[in-house]
Design a protein around this ligand. Structure first.
Ligand SMILES: [Fe+2]
Length: 193
């Protein structure tokens, strides 16, 4: 791990492998119970475990004062009429924020707080989304190309995937005749604050 300031290029796809020291691939099987249409999910899984999203990141010490940064790439696709999305998470240390900068593609960041507030912010190239502390967040690709975002968050934030895995998000984003539409999630199973 570097002990001096450093830079790295991220705009070209062929730069990703050399600019980052960790690469995570999340397939459909990692998103069990997250899509509304269970039949469509199973049918898609049976025909091959599709690659839904990838994360490239640079490791740093996971302590306050450091920043973790990388690229999130959500591939285009749908399970039934629900767009491909990330697992979504709270930060383990709730009082930590995050910044996303959209480089390519089209989508949204769906967010919610444990107090029951919800927010959806658009992603398009050049747009920044600031996730305030205490808000869970999930990237969703509503376009036909890769959704590529650059993210930065505090080194000590950590990831809490379990809360969202258990409850889902309060909002879903569905393709209604080609139009991304935000709907309430009737399967949301958390405790209403
Ligand atoms: Fe995060």
């Amino acid at each position: 791990m570097k002990s001096r300031p450093y830079g790295y290029p991220i705009s070209q796809p062929n730069e990703r492998r050399s600019s980052f020291d960790n690469h995570i691939q999340r397939r459909l099987s990692a998103l069990r119970n997250q899509f509304a249409d269970g039949k469509a999910y199973q049918a898609m899984l049976d025909s091959g475990d599709a690659l839904v999203y990838e994360v490239y990141e640079n490791r740093r010490p996971e302590v306050a004062g450091e920043l973790l940064s990388g690229l999130s790439i959500v591939h285009p696709g749908c399970v039934g009429n629900e767009y491909f999305m990330t697992k979504g998470h709270y930060h383990s240390v709730r009082e930590t924020a995050e910044i996303y900068f959209c480089m390519e593609g089209k989508g949204v960041l769906v967010m919610e707080s444990e107090a029951g507030e919800t927010a959806v912010e658009e992603f398009y190239p050049g747009r920044v989304v600031y996730v305030t502390p205490r808000w869970a967040h999930r990237s969703i690709n509503t376009g036909g190309e890769d959704l590529v975002t650059f993210f930065v968050y505090p080194g000590h934030a950590g990831h809490d995937y379990a809360t969202i895995d258990a409850t889902g998000f309060r909002k879903r984003v569905l393709d209604h005749g080609g139009v991304p539409t935000i709907v309430d999630n009737p399967e949301w199973s958390g405790v209403n604050a």
